[in-house]
Design a protein around this ligand. Structure first.
Ligand SMILES: [Zn+2]
Length: 197
């Protein structure tokens, strides 16, 4: 399981083993079928790759373990997206530019490559596809985060819905959306529902 936390530290701060920049161990096991009121124990760090506009490299991510059920919890800074190397905030920004500013995809890709030379049309189309495939999960999460945005009336077609979703994320602020969504739903908004976190 991954717990997403807000942080003012940059990716650079996570390039060494640093005990200071992670939240304390949960006081209760976060796995619902365990939920024992026992403080989780430190369980080392794991390394994961991360790419953002200003950073590309390995981060050290803190892990805790439940002494009762033996399952582990990793503490992921909000800018990381579970199972994705690219920064969650950058992915949301790129998609917002595509859907909300109306820039043509070819032009957007040229622009994106200035910061992310290895990102291409396939990456962007994959992100779009993942969001559409997760539409009902994302809508469920949005309804929990901010019930005032529950859609009323006719059900919009997918592309129109993605646009509305990105507008809501912008209003909520992307880091608030990412943190709240992951912590309410237990996985990121882009996670394949067939992958168990
Ligand atoms: Zn447990």
């Amino acid at each position: 399981m991954q717990i997403i936390f807000d942080t003012n530290h940059s990716a650079m701060d996570f390039t060494n083993v640093n005990y200071e920049i992670f939240p304390n161990a949960p006081e209760r096991c976060p796995f619902k079928d365990c939920s024992m009121p026992v403080k989780l124990k430190k369980h080392g760090f794991y390394k994961r790759f991360f790419i953002s506009k200003s950073f590309s490299g390995l981060l050290y991510i803190r892990r805790y373990i439940c002494p009762i059920c033996g399952r582990t919890v990793s503490m992921l800074p909000v800018f990381c997206l579970q199972y994705f190397q690219y920064s969650a905030l950058d992915i949301l920004n790129i998609l917002s530019e595509l859907y909300l500013s109306g820039i043509p995809l070819n032009k957007l890709i040229r622009k994106v490559k200035q910061n992310f030379p290895f990102m291409d049309r396939r990456n962007i189309n994959y992100y779009r596809k993942r969001i559409v495939l997760n539409r009902y999960l994302i809508q469920y999460g949005l309804n929990l985060i901010s019930p005032e945005y529950i859609f009323a009336g006719e059900i919009p077609e997918n592309q129109k819905w993605v646009k509305t979703f990105l507008e809501i994320v912008r209003i909520l602020h992307p880091h608030v959306f990412l943190r709240d969504f992951s912590n309410l739903i237990g996985k990121s908004f882009m996670t394949s529902q067939f992958i168990l976190a």
